[in-house]
Design a protein around this ligand. Structure first.
Ligand code: LLP
Length: 414
């Protein structure tokens, strides 16, 4: 199974539409660590996907970045949303997504999520397995009993685990045989039959993994999709999930494959991009605190694994540069970029090139952090989660305040 690139990847950051002077201004005004998102870059990604896949319904995977500013932009651009928790459902709702454009999925749906989803009258639900349907069923029956004429029930997708190797980091391989997600093709058929009998079957759902950089993994789904199409001719939707790597996803090749598959089978295509829409629209700004010599040169910054977990958890390599250097690495020296916490995994990058004249107070830009950055930030070691700001064109706004010590204490009872 393939892995995310581990170790040095000192690519030059694709230039943000905002300038380094503007980023420096954001850091000055709001402090660091600070996540900054460029809405024009998100708009550009929406346009790219729409242009490549004109017939597809796009549902943004909210887990990638649930910032309300992004949700508002994506809902007003006409996208739907894919949510897996009550919190995400509520955020998507308040972020302006019409309920009929909401898709509830995930392996742990519970009664609270189900009740709220039915109350909002969400359009689609993806069922992970038969036991999940058993949980939904009484709620659906109750709703039909109470308001048979007016209630808008969701339509259901059956999530299938195709048991393939999607060629990504093991943590992110959700369509692998050992993965907990979805049903075996045999169980999926039983569940789909029951849903069809109740007139609730919309189609089948595959989300085989994340940070996938080859279309080959998706091609492995072709035969199974067409078998299921033959067996369930009344299903009309094919959800191929998300998973498109940043950087390096061959969008045109994927679009050709996915469009042809859906067209040949006479199905409407639904996709759930998360990372692809927002990763490259975000950077994490962090300040250098200390420099330490030794067998390994350590640059200690004010952001670490509590602010950006991906390097520690997946060995992910995010591009790093000093603000104002424009990505040039002349006069570079190799160093680890370490966070402020007390464990070795608290490292944003290993053995990367940083300028020799780097000094405390310098600002660094950690790129491709618009997805699964702030979304996975934690209060580990009582860290205060970073602030978030957006640029909409030239206009800079703080969209989430930096946490305070009072926020840390807020829920403690004694
Ligand atoms: N649909 C479903 C059902 C998903 O579970 C996910 C992501 C997506 C869509 C969106 O996938 P994307 O297009 O963003 O790859 N924390 C990890 C990523 C975990 C993704 C989980 N599911 C990371 O930082 O790489």
């Amino acid at each position: 199974m393939g892995h995310l690139p581990v170790g040095p990847r000192q690519a030059v950051l694709p230039s943000l539409l905002v300038t380094d002077d503007q980023l420096a201004d954001a850091a000055r005004r709001f402090g660091t660590p600070l996540y900054v998102y460029d809405l024009n870059k998100v708009r550009r990604q929406v346009a790219r996907l729409r242009e490549a896949l004109p017939g597809a319904r796009l549902h943004y995977a909210v887990k990638a970045n649930p910032s309300r500013a992004l949700l508002r932009l994506l809902s007003s651009a006409g996208l739907g949303a894919e949510v897996i928790t009550l919190g995400e459902l509520e955020r998507a709702h308040r972020g302006g997504f019409p309920s009929r454009r909401l898709l509830v999925s995930g392996p742990g749906q519970d009664e609270l999520l189900i009740e709220r989803a039915l109350e909002l009258e969400v359009g689609l639900v993806s069922l992970d397995g038969i036991s999940q349907w058993r949980l939904w069923r009484p709620f659906i029956e109750e709703r039909v009993r109470q308001a048979p004429a007016t209630t808008a029930l969701p339509r259901f997708l059956v999530r299938v685990n195709p048991q393939i190797d999607p060629g990504t980091h093991p943590h992110l391989a959700t369509g692998a045989p050992i993965s907990k997600f979805g049903s075996t093709p045999a169980e999926a058929r039983v569940l789909a039959t029951e849903l069809r009998t109740n007139g609730l079957l919309a189609g089948f759902h595959f989300h085989i993994g994340s940070q996938i950089s080859s279309v080959d993994a998706y091609r492995l789904l072709g035969d199974l999709c067409s078998e299921l199409r033959d067996e369930f001719p009344d299903a009309d939707l094919l959800d191929l999930g998300g998973g498109y790597a940043v950087p390096g996803f061959p969008l045109a090749e994927f679009a050709e494959f996915a469009t042809a598959l859906a067209e040949n089978l006479g199905l409407e295509l639904l996709l759930e991009p998360g990372r692809y829409l927002v990763a490259d629209a975000g950077v994490l700004l962090t300040s250098v605190r200390h420099l330490k010599a030794g067998p390994v040169r350590h640059v200690i910054v004010d952001a670490g694994m509590a602010d950006l977990l991906r390097p520690a958890l997946y060995g992910a390599a995010h591009p790093v540069r000093r603000l104002g250097d424009g990505g040039s690495d002349t006069h570079a020296r190799t160093a680890d970029l370490d966070g402020p916490l007390c464990e070795n995994a608290d490292r944003l990058a290993a053995a990367i090139s940083l300028p020799v004249d780097l000094k405390p107070g310098d600002l660094l830009v950690v790129g491709e952090t618009g997805a699964y950055g702030m979304a996975m930030a934690s209060n580990y070691a009582s860290s205060l989660r970073p602030a978030e700001a957006i640029f909409d064109g030239d206009e800079l706004r703080l969209v989430r305040s930096r946490e305070t010590v009072e926020d840390l204490m807020r829920l403690e009872l004694e």
